[in-house]
Write a protein that binds this ligand. Structure first.
Ligand code: ARG
Length: 459
């Protein structure tokens, strides 16, 4: 018989039970459920709502259940409606009447809201740690490549010279923001819903500050209707994770292109790529493709959460049970992506000569040629036009800006002199871009130092 046998005359229909049950996916919150129940039982005992002897018995019983689940001595009952019901009935089986007192001044509505917050708190902290490792790896790569020239692109057309270090540090900025977004969501989530009960609080003299302290919350949620029915935190986290996946997908897309024969900027390590079952020559960038694919899946989780919550009347509605699979899926997939991407990045070989050769072709120093004329007194637009004609001439004559004779330059403007070759030198073009945020090695080195300080401040 189920918990509500008093009100019901018939057993639940098997199909309804299966449909209603969430234990298959909420069983992963068993630890959080037990931690929350221990805090609740401690508070009930301290406040004299149950005896201290009953409180102790409950706590011991819960600890044993936790231990037995961990050692495999106890298995989840898949017939139970959810993890909360399972643990409570197992406790009552073990300690009798004291177990029946645990649910005083509590409901599954505040219980599940609590469990999910506790669960997401540690999962998101794990993801933040992974992001820190990813940033550290990107910094290592940047430090090896302050002088590695490569073409920077706009519209996927070679645009201006940058360095590989500058490129890596662009992603560092994105992942820094991801950390801050997730931390921000954690901060706002850090209010305790326990004690909101079903929706309207309780007449028992509970101490919500005590449970908040025991569970490391900043304090109790201040409205019980909101406490049980708020899922903003899951949506904020899914949104932060979606943006993070968008960043992962962008770098993945670049790695996919760069590992092609058309680019050949990188060589993936064998242990992080796959072959083809039919084409012996193939080495496929499956990891990055999967990350690119999974970004869509995580966006889907965010949409599922937003759509589920839309128009739900206060307070708890069963629709909310759907929150868990979506947010768990997002968290699991983001973790897997980071766990695989970090070592893949660290073992990737960067083919610097190919990057330099690509930088040499494609007229990416054309802006520097125009700037040369500006420094000699021409307005930028005039200089721009002259260099445009030079590029067109060079294309027609199969030359680059570096291989054109000075006499050819001078046909376009008398201001050109032999020092033009120095002005359009790719190394110089990069070194001179010392503006804050620019690719000059000394600027990027300073950026790396800033990021190291940032990482030290993230706990
Ligand atoms: N399994 C439910 C969920 O995940 C727990 C809360 C159920 N509360 C209720 N009154 N039916 O949302």
């Amino acid at each position: 018989m189920v918990m509500w046998e008093g009100r019901f005359k018939k057993e639940i229909d098997k199909r309804t039970n299966d449909f209603n049950s969430s234990i298959s996916f909420d069983k992963r919150m068993y630890k959080e459920d037990i931690t929350g129940s221990i805090a609740h039982a401690t508070m009930l005992g301290e406040c004299g709502i149950i005896s201290s002897d009953e409180s102790k018995k409950i706590i011991e019983g819960l600890k044993e259940i936790c231990n037995d689940l961990e050692t495999g001595k106890l298995e989840f009952d898949m017939e139970a409606e959810d993890i909360h019901m399972f643990i409570e009935s197992e406790l009552t089986k073990r300690i009798g009447d004291a177990g029946k007192r645990l649910h005083t001044a509590r409901s599954r509505n505040d219980q599940v809201a609590l469990d999910l917050r506790l669960y997401l708190r540690h999962e998101i902290n794990d993801i933040v740690d992974l992001l820190k490792s990813l940033i550290e790896e990107l910094i290592l790569k940047a430090q090896d490549n302050y002088e590695t020239i490569m073409p920077g692109y706009t519209h996927l057309q070679r645009a201006q010279p940058i360095t590989l270090a500058h490129y890596f540090m662009a992603y560092v900025e994105m992942f820094k923001r991801d950390i801050l977004r997730l931390k921000d969501a954690l901060q706002r989530m850090n209010e305790n819903p326990l004690g909101s009960c079903a929706l309207a609080g309780t007449t028992y003299a509970t101490d919500r500050y005590l449970t908040s302290k025991l569970l490391d919350f900043d304090g109790p949620c201040l409205n019980s209707l909101d406490g049980v029915s708020d899922r903003d935190y899951a949506i904020e986290i899914a949104s932060g994770l979606s943006i993070l996946m968008m960043h992962m997908s962008r770098i993945s897309e670049e790695f996919i292109m760069w590992s092609s024969h058309e680019f050949k900027f990188i060589e993936l390590d064998d242990s992080f790529s796959t072959g083809s079952s039919i084409m012996p020559q193939k080495k496929n960038p499956d990891i990055t493709e999967l990350i690119r694919g999974k970004s869509g899946r995580v966006y889907g989780d965010l949409m599922a959460l937003l759509t589920m919550m839309k128009s739900l009347p206060l307070a708890y509605d069963k629709d909310m049970q759907e929150d868990k699979e979506a947010i768990f899926d997002a968290v699991d997939n983001v973790k897997m992506c980071l766990i695989t991407f970090i070592p893949m990045l660290s073992t990737t070989t960067f083919l610097k000569d190919n990057m330099l050769n690509a930088a040499k072709r494609g007229f990416i120093n054309a802006t520097d040629a125009a700037d040369y004329l500006v420094k000699k007194g021409l307005p930028f637009r005039t200089a721009y036009k002259i260099v445009g004609s030079i590029v067109s001439y060079a294309i027609d004559n199969d030359k680059t800006l570096d291989t054109m004779e000075i006499s050819e330059y001078q046909q376009f403007s008398e201001l050109f002199d032999k020092d033009i070759y120095k002005a359009i030198d790719l190394n110089k073009a990069v070194k001179d871009r010392i503006v804050v945020g620019g690719p000059a090695p000394e600027t990027v080195k300073k950026h790396v130092e800033e990021v190291k300080k940032f990482l030290e401040k993230i706990d």
